[in-house]
Write a protein of this length. Structure first.
Length: 371
C-alpha cells in the first residue's frame, strides 16, 4: 500500500466519477426509449426540471432538463471534510491477486449455450487500485460512524454532496469510502470479476481488506450496524452495490445505483445463476423472501442496449432496470426508481441533479445504534 498526500476538500475539484461503459465491439446504436412503453412499470411523470421527493416511493419520470442541484457544487460557507487518498497494489490482496484480458478482445459464445461466453484471452495480471476516504468535519473521533462504499471511485461529486447535505442536516455525518476498480471491463477483466460476479466475494474483500485500513490509518470507527452502511455505484458498480447487500445483508441495508448492470455479464459462467445479474429480476428477487434493503435506482432513456454476439436477450439496461422496479414492487421493497429522459449511461448531468435527493432518500429512516 502506498500513501498519497492528504488533500483538503476546499481545494478539491468537483468532478463526476467516470463510470466505465459495459461495452463490446458489437455495440448497437442505442435507441431512445419511451418510459410509457407497454410492459414498463407505471410511473409518475414529473414536471421538467423537478425530481421526486425524498419522502416518495415508487416509479418516477424526470427530464429532459437536468439542472445541477445546489448541493452538487462547493459552497465556501459549508464545513468541508477531509479526503485521504491511498493506493493498493494487487500483491497486497489475498482475495483479488489480479486478472486482465487482452485489449480489443471480447470472447466467443458457447455454441451449446448462448448465455455463456468463452473468454480465452484472460490471464493473471497486476493492478493498482485508487482509494479515497472522506471524513466529514462533523465526525467525532471515537464514535461509530455510518458510511457509504462507492464503486469506480474516487468520486469527488459524492464528497461535495455529502458536505452540503450533512451541513443541512439532511443526512447523518457519514464517512465515504470511494474505491477504484481493479481495471478493465466486463467478462475476463478484474473489474468484471469484482463487480459482476453473483456472490459475496467483493463485499468480503471490502470488509476484510479495505475497512480495517480505513479505520487504522485515518483514526475512524465504522459502524457494524447494517442500517448504517450503504453501497453505491453506476453501471457494473451499481449491480455490485446490490450484490454486496444481497449476499451480505448483515453488513449492508442501503443501495444506490445509476444505470445498474442488471444484465448477463457474470464470468466465469455459473450454471446455478445462468443469467448473472439478470437473474436478480428474473428469478432471485421474485423467488426469495424480501430482505431488509432500501434501494434507489436510476436508468436513462438512452441507456445501454447491447445485444452483442451472445444474442441471449439479456443485455438491455433499460429493460433490466424496469424489470428490477417491477420485482421490487411485487415484493414490497422500499425503493425509488427514476427514469431519466435525455440521459445516457450513468449520465453526468442526471447524477448532479439527483444525487443529493437520492442520498437523502436513502438515509431517510436512519437511526443510529449506540454501542
Amino acid at each position: 500500500m502506498k500513501l498519497i498526500n492528504t488533500i483538503n476538500r476546499a481545494v478539491a475539484l468537483v468532478m463526476l466519477s467516470g463510470m466505465i461503459w459495459d461495452a463490446t465491439p458489437a455495440m448497437a446504436q442505442i435507441p431512445i426509449r419511451d418510459p410509457h412503453t407497454p410492459g414498463y412499470v407505471t410511473a409518475t411523470e414529473l414536471p421538467d426540471g423537478t425530481i421526486p421527493s425524498a419522502d416518495a416511493y415508487g416509479n418516477f419520470i424526470i427530464g429532459p432538463t437536468h439542472t445541477p442541484a445546489p448541493e452538487s457544487v462547493v459552497h465556501d460557507n459549508v464545513p468541508q471534510g477531509m479526503v485521504y487518498r491511498f493506493t493498493i497494489d494487487s500483491k497486497d490482496s489475498k482475495i483479488y491477486p489480479g486478472i486482465a484480458k487482452d485489449r480489443n478482445t471480447f470472447g466467443t459464445p458457447d455454441p451449446a449455450n448462448p448465455a455463456s461466453l468463452i473468454v480465452t484471452t484472460s490471464h493473471p495480471a497486476p493492478y493498482t487500485r485508487q482509494v479515497a476516504v472522506y471524513v466529514p468535519k462533523q465526525y467525532v473521533a471515537g464514535t461509530a460512524a455510518p458510511f457509504i462504499v462507492g464503486a469506480d471511485g474516487p468520486d469527488n461529486l459524492l464528497f461535495t454532496v455529502l458536505d452540503n447535505l450533512i451541513a443541512e442536516g439532511k443526512v447523518p455525518p457519514m464517512i465515504a469510502i470511494s474505491l477504484g476498480n481493479g481495471s478493465g471491463d466486463a467478462q475476463g477483466s478484474e473489474r468484471g470479476l469484482e463487480y459482476d460476479t453473483m456472490n459475496g466475494t467483493y463485499a468480503e474483500f471490502v470488509e476484510t481488506e479495505i475497512l480495517p485500513i480505513v479505520e487504522k490509518q485515518y483514526n475512524v470507527k465504522l459502524t457494524r450496524d447494517p442500517n448504517g452502511r450503504a453501497a453505491m455505484g453506476g453501471s457494473s458498480g451499481g449491480s455490485c452495490a446490490l450484490i454486496m447487500a444481497w449476499y451480505h445483508p448483515e453488513w449492508y441495508h442501503r443501495v444506490l445505483t445509476y444505470s445498474g448492470t442488471y444484465i448477463n455479464q457474470q464470468w466465469p459462467y455459473n450454471p446455478k445463476i445462468p443469467g448473472g445479474a439478470w437473474e436478480f429480476h428474473k428469478s432471485i428477487i421474485p423467488n426469495s423472501k424480501a430482505k431488509p434493503l432500501r434501494i434507489w435506482m436510476e436508468v436513462g432513456d438512452q441507456d445501454l442496449y447491447n445485444p452483442n454476439v451472445m444474442r441471449d436477450d439479456m443485455h438491455d439496461w433499460v429493460v433490466a432496470n424496469e424489470n428490477m422496479a417491477k420485482a421490487l414492487a411485487d415484493k414490497k421493497y422500499k425503493y425509488q426508481f427514476v427514469f431519466a429522459r435525455n440521459a445516457k449511461h450513468v449520465d453526468g448531468a442526471t447524477k448532479r441533479q439527483t444525487l443529493p435527493e437520492a442520498l437523502e432518500w436513502l438515509w431517510k429512516d436512519y437511526k443510529p445504534v449506540k454501542y
